[in-house]
Write a protein of this length. Sequence first.
Length: 853
Amino acid sequence: MKDHVAGKRSPVTCALKCANACLGETCNSSANATFRDIASAALSRRALLGGGAAGALAIAVAGTAGAPSAEAATAAGPLPARPTAPGGSPLEFTTIQPVEHTADEFTVPEGFRWQPVIKWGDKLFSDAPDFDWEDQSAEAQRLQFGYNNDYTEIQEIPHTSGRRAVMFVNHEYTNENIMLPPGTDPEVAARIGMEAHGLSVVELERENADSPYEYVVDADLNRRFVADTRYDFTGPAAGSELLRTADSRRGRHTRGTFGNCSGGLTPWGTLLSGEENFNGYFRTAADSAENKRYGMGAEPTVRGWEDVDPRFDTTNEGYENSAHHFGWIVEVDPWDPESTPRKHTAMGRFKHEGANIIIAEDRHAVAYMGDDEKFDYLYKFVSRKKYVEGNTRHNMQLLEDGDLYVARFSGNSGPMDGSGEVPADGSFDGTGTWIPLVVDGESRVEGMDVDEVLVRTRLAADTVSPTKMDRCEDVQPSLTSRKVYVACTNNDGRGTEGKEGPDEVNPRTVNRDGHVVEIDELGNQSGASFAWNLLLVCGDPEQNDATYFSGFPTEKVSPISCPDNLAFDSVGNLWISTDGAPSTIGFNDGLFRVTLDGKQRGRVEQFASVPVDAETCGPIVHDQDRTAFVSVQHPGEDGSYEKQTSYWPEFAGTGPKPAVVQILPSTVSFSDVDPETAEYQAIVWSAQHGIIPGREDGTFRPQGTVGRRAMATFLYRLAGKPEVTPPRNEPFGDVEKGDAGYRAIIWAQREGIVRGYGDGTFRPAQKVTREEAAVMLYRYAGSPAYPSPTKPPYPDVEPGARNATEIAWLKARGIATTWEDGTFRPTVALTRASAASFLYRTDAVQHVAFREG
Ligand code: FEO
Ligand code: CA
Ligand code: CA
């Protein structure tokens, strides 16, 4: 392996994943001039507000079954439903802090847990050998889950009440350096590597929507797609001279799929997968323009498969066209284990990141596709036939025939200085055109027949001056808004000597951290023109000179770098997984939610972080189940078999395993809390958020009382545990430095939330009454201006009584409601259940913030 590093990128990634693409010349050295800043009529950006679903809070009806105790049922009244996230999504979480790039940890928000669904080497069939770190074989690997899971999709199996699902995963590449003992015979290693590539289909099962999925050995739909699996070519280039080899004399089929990256779920239930870095598997003749344009050459490949199988060397007689069998979009039917997967030539051949489909208003299927290479292009495919709802057999033909376009962008702000600073008109934006390469089965490229346009798509596109992009990864249309999002992951060559300079859609010279483009098709989704703007210019605002989050305050976002895969939740929030953050902003890669609509547009919140050296793939967000899935690819890839850098996820002392992970809410149940009680939701929330944890014996003790130390601690946690500098003089005689509530009490005293007694004590163990709790919460909110009541807020709280204002405020804010008899009972001791209820309503339901005006 060559010791080559792009930037701080791992040399292992460079060699194994990208075949050292950066080391060679830029593949796209075409004279194609990017259309730069052609002034266009100032586009009024389409209104971005109000596109999502209304964020209304549903009111939960308190359970009627059972007979909750009188006090529990009435102390706080029925609780509103769980608070909701942007757009009304039920997946509410507290943003995690970025995790240092050396941490071999998988991190999720408080109140969530994670669990692998399936790992490299897990057997899909009972007749497979158990995985053995010391004795892996190609025969075993054919029947086991492959390596480096990238694109992942999960579909529920109909009529199983949500209990069964079928998962599709592709296996992008292999890391032999950490998979196999040193000295493994090269041919054995090559054979294992080939079988560890490809695809997997595997059935999943769970007890109910709250429990994690487990995979099912020997399930009917289980299938491995390995090195010799047959794929049929479809479309205009199928049968072309350019696809004929010694193994495929008619050029209508091939074997295997390698270097798969992202993919997409079609509306008819099949899966697409993009053949991306296929070039790294072939040794070719050095001198052809085509080979150079696709990043291939005469050097031996990193894996050396050409020494084992003649098709990986295109200088072998009969195999001159074998590299033409890769670089396609693959379509797989996971519902039919006997089906032959297909490679669709109509969608063009390049380093396909993936393809994502939306049905246009005129019913044509539209696929968006990125060519993931520095300075390469963005493509769109429009099916010739129309989608017919429910007719799967017909819809399965849609990608076999259609028109292929490549994108040209223009900006409206004049030349860019490459800094990434927002232009004077306030946004990176403009218009664009889809330039045809193939229309109605005919080539639109002079001097190239249609089969040549489709096989040598990069060369064909070069002739029509598309925009050279900063590595288009996932390109995903939102089914909620119909807008299309393009993850441009990075391009450290932008604006460097001899390379294309910045433009408005790729505005940063040496674009280390990437950006996200938002495209809004003008007219029909299948049409030829669009408007665009940048949603994000990524980075860590504390480290980068210029970042942009659609105007959202940069100090309130999670740092994000190298956007790669995209997904949407059920209400249209965008989710981004990253690949490369350790080498740019120094944090492990992760999964992030981005709000697209309303005042919070551009808000980035980190949801998960993956272990050392790993990239975050998948992702799948099932927010209605409050769950998400990510594929953790190449954990610990900078290690060696004998000196691993990661032991994730088993931590068994052997080595790391790529795995698909499910993230789901921690199950919180207490032996003494009936789920039917009114405070149940508040108790679960306060335990999940670590505000009022349960006891070690599995109880919550809802009727236990709350001392002053405990209440200060709950409020301190609710405020997010702010930093506390130690006081010069201790404020209380009975609260020492080692006190369990020391920091919380000091904080609460400084904030004026608690006070001491005349004798200089705090009395930390003294019970808090309900009226004292009201006072503390009122002060926690910043003692907002509130009129003294003129009428009794409760029959037992007279106007002018001690704390009447605070109690009235508590009632008005909906934090406390009445007992059955309508009283507040100010002098009764606060129970833990009522404390949970007050805090839940304060923070999560009523959104009363600490120090609210
Ligand atoms: Fe395999 Fe484009 O990342
Ligand atoms: Ca502009
Ligand atoms: Ca990718």
